[in-house]
Design a protein. Structure first.
Length: 398
């Protein structure tokens, strides 16, 4: 009996850079619980508070991240300056993962973009599943400003793709948590090394089941006027990124509410209050307990370009305005993909101003964006990634 109980455990090892990795594993964890399994999390940073808040056993490990400037933008200089600490953190994570696996002896380890988990699982002979979309690391070097560095940039990207690929190859199988072409969100990053292609497949973005409710009904549930246009500002990213984005977006949200729009603004703080604070027809919260209701109620989603939140909004047919974190190549690539597909518009933080935001908002609300987003959503909603991941995991626990 004890052995059977131990074998029913599933370890979900989520990258702690941003909140999206834990966010997309939570529907998987809930699906596993419904099947009588015992999922638990390992992660780091403030992502740990997200899974703890949802009621799951969580091991918080030493933080590993890229460097940032005071304005929240990604900094290569700071990343390299802290490289020794990052290497030490990575080795610490391998040790912690190894110890946690020895204690729990999970049936399978699910690694969301974590090499340390795959290494520890391999050392202990525990099967592992890789869940990720960012196989290729796109270096934040602007080729237009520094054309002489173009060759170096591409060489570094190729080397990192192949070297990291050897680590990802430790997994028995890999699931690409993005939509297949032509609806791929992070196109530059979904580049799989040739030797990995036989073991990976697309499953779509992992998110909770779409909430089937009328837009007016969802607005009423949230406390908004059912007939008014609703703008949903969803802040995400690292703590410094969230603070900077909130600082820039909150005045725009306030101005929009004064022009007659209903506004829902979430600061994306996983340890914050869920209670809505009202200021006229604008509601502000630190943390939105169920984003599905916001997606169902909104006319436009304003966000930073995180893959998980964009993928969720995509499934609701929701047009977007994306303000990517400066120098964050993944956020920028996702924003560009959404713009190229005609599903929204990108505004760089440098170009963000009240007139520019107002003009972009009018464009997204007034043109073809909603129609195209609805057509695209009918294509991607067919992907039930959460169920696909749960089904694959369950096969290792029987």
């Amino acid at each position: 009996m004890g052995e059977k109980l131990a074998r029913s455990e599933v370890m979900l090892a989520a990258c702690g850079i941003g909140l999206g990795h834990v966010g997309r594993l939570l529907p998987v964890a809930k699906g596993l619980k419904k099947k009588g399994l015992q999922p638990f999390f390992t992660t780091y940073g403030d992502s740990a508070y997200y899974s703890i808040r949802e009621g799951f056993v969580t091991y918080k490990e030493r933080t590993l991240s890229y460097g940032s400037k005071p304005d929240g933008s990604l900094s290569l200089k700071e990343t390299f300056r802290h490289l020794p600490q990052s290497v030490a953190a990575f080795l610490s994570q391998i040790r912690d993962e190894f110890c946690i696996m020895r204690i729990h002896r999970p049936s399978v380890v699910v690694s969301d973009s974590r090499l340390s988990s795959l290494i520890a699982a391999k050392l202990l002979g525990i099967p592992s599943i890789l869940v990720m979309h960012q196989f290729k690391v796109v270096w934040p070097i602007d080729e237009r400003k520094f054309p002489s560095l173009r060759a170096l940039k591409r060489l570094l990207e190729r080397i990192s793709l192949e070297v990291l690929g050897l680590g990802w190859d430790l997994a028995e199988v890999g699931l690409i948590t993005d939509f297949p072409p032509p609806y791929t969100l992070c196109r530059p990053s979904v580049v799989v090394p040739e030797f990995l292609k036989h073991k990976v497949r697309y499953v779509g973005t992992v998110s909770p089941a779409v909430l089937r409710t009328e837009r007016e009904s969802a607005r009423k549930t949230l406390g908004f006027e059912p007939s008014a246009k609703l703008l949903y500002f969803g802040v995400s990213g690292l703590p410094e990124e969230r603070r900077k984005l909130t600082e820039n977006l909150l005045p725009l949200a306030k101005s929009a509410s004064e022009r007659g729009y209903s506004v829902l603004f979430s600061r994306g703080e996983p340890t914050g209050e869920v209670r809505l604070t009202w200021d006229g027809n604008m509601a502000i919260c630190d943390w939105l307990a169920d984003r599905r209701l916001a997606y169902a109620a909104a006319d436009v989603f304003i966000n930073v370009g995180g893959q998980t939140s964009v993928g969720e909004a995509f499934r609701y047919g929701l047009p977007m305005i994306i303000v990517p974190t400066p120098n964050h190549t993944e956020h920028d690539a996702i924003a560009t993909s959404i713009q190229d597909m005609g599903l929204g518009e990108k505004i760089t933080l440098e170009d963000l101003s009240p007139p520019r935001f107002e003009a972009t908002l009018a464009k997204v609300l007034g043109d073809h964006y909603a129609d195209l987003a609805l057509i695209a959503s009918k294509k991607v909603v067919q992907f039930d990634a959460s169920s696909a991941v749960v089904e694959l995991i369950t096969g290792y626990t029987n």
